[in-house]
Design a protein around this ligand. Structure first.
Ligand code: ADP
Ligand code: ZN
Length: 363
């Protein structure tokens, strides 16, 4: 008789996400209390390193006798097996131990790559995330997805690996380029749509076109988003059900990114456009979602979408998305504002009509 074993895959990140402003001291306290301050591996975005090497990074790395630095050039091409292997080599050559912390400082690219290094070297070293882009703060640093790209496709290599702690210091946003703030806002708006409409209200009151400057509202907003994500992944670490709702707008967005080319496409903007399609689809299915919730942010995203592909071709491209089950297209729809669920669409004319809606809005 075969006895199955219940594996515990629960995820506890919610207790370890700290959000604040100028929290360097808090991070230092945590590191001193948690690790022997001998070695540490720092995997750092190159731009962030340039901007903070004499301040934040100096303070944190100065805690350790032998900090090892691995710099990650900006851009998606850094999420490669080649750079992964280079950083692994540097890490192992430094004779690190299983208890040596891997401290990752940067945006989503550095986080995914650095997280995968931490997950893999010595079969797992303690991972500390210090996200520096808005997207990483509200999305990619929470949830344990790590990995790199392969020439066959994006994010095809990697693992789920829980960080020991995430420290979000929103001071980093003061140097983040405006277009990267707007990129991250795509996910922020998404949380407002699927979970908490107060997010949309707060966003409308913030000076989004001015250079970032600290306010309590920003801090709360980012904390709320990180908490929503953390709550969802706590309940569903390996993406079996609930976690799917985080893909609201994304089934459309992945096609937009693909036909535009990943290099010329901002993820947040593609998600924003994709959410127009998802709202339209929800309404075609009989729900009543006010598009004003999205159009309020239309001026943030001024670029257009003129695909060569026909509505039919765009729809067919969704069939290649990994979110396809049983020949139907799996998408996230809203039953009401703040209430999302996954559904399989077999009547593809509804999807074509949703594409048409996106193209008309963003022509
Ligand atoms: P994302 O975080 O959106 O997934 P990246 O990791 O590629 O994407 O980061 C976006 C860009 O922002 C990169 O060019 C990166 O070097 C830069 N960057 C990240 N954080 C900061 C920061 N705090 N200040 C300035 N530039 C930053
Ligand atoms: Zn996304």
């Amino acid at each position: 008789m075969f006895n199955s074993i219940q594996l515990n895959t629960s995820y506890t990140s919610q207790h370890h996400v700290h959000v604040g402003y100028e929290i360097g001291n808090k991070i230092a306290e945590y590191l001193s209390a948690t690790f022997t301050l001998k070695k540490a591996v720092f995997i750092v975005d190159e731009n962030v390193h340039r901007l903070y090497k004499d301040t934040f990074i100096k303070d944190i790395s100065g805690l350790f006798d032998e900090p090892v630095f691995c710099l990650v050039p900006e851009g998606e091409q850094s999420k490669s097996l080649a750079l992964f292997s280079e950083i692994i080599a540097k890490t192992l050559e430094a004779k690190v131990e299983r208890i040596t912390p891997v401290i990752v400082i940067g945006g989503g690219v550095t986080g995914d790559l650095g997280g995968y290094v931490a997950a893999s070297a010595l079969r797992g070293m303690p991972l500390i995330h210090i996200p520096t882009s808005l997207l990483a703060m509200v999305d990619s640093s929470v949830g344990g997805k790590t990995g790199v790209n392969h020439s066959v496709g994006k994010n095809l290599i990697g693992s789920f690996y829980e960080p020991k702690a995430v420290f979000t210091d929103i001071k980093f946003l003061e140097t983040l380029p405006q277009k990267e703030i707007i990129n991250g806002l795509g996910e922020v708006i998404k949380y407002g749509m699927i979970k908490d409409e107060n997010i949309l209200t707060t966003l409308k009151s913030l000076p989004l076109f001015e250079p970032f400057s600290y306010s309590k509202e920003w801090e709360q907003l980012i904390g709320t988003c990180a908490r929503i994500k953390s709550d969802i992944v706590t309940k569903d670490f390996k993406e079996s059900g609930l976690r799917e709702i985080l893909n609201f707008g994304h089934t459309f967005a992945h096609v937009i990114e693909r036909v535009r080319g990943y290099e010329n496409s901002s993820h947040g903007e593609a998600v924003y456009m994709g959410m127009w399609g998802a709202v339209k689809l929800s309404n075609l299915l009989g729900f009543n979602i006010d598009i004003a919730n999205l159009s309020a942010f239309r001026t943030l995203y001024d670029s257009s979408f003129h695909p060569q592909e026909s509505l039919e071709e765009l729809t067919n491209l969704m069939l290649h998305d990994k979110k396809v089950k049983d020949g139907s297209i799996r998408v996230i729809i809203l039953e009401e504002l703040g209430k999302a669920r996954a559904t399989g669409i077999t009547d593809l004319s509804l999807i074509r009509e949703s594409w048409n809606y996106i193209i008309q809005e963003f022509e």
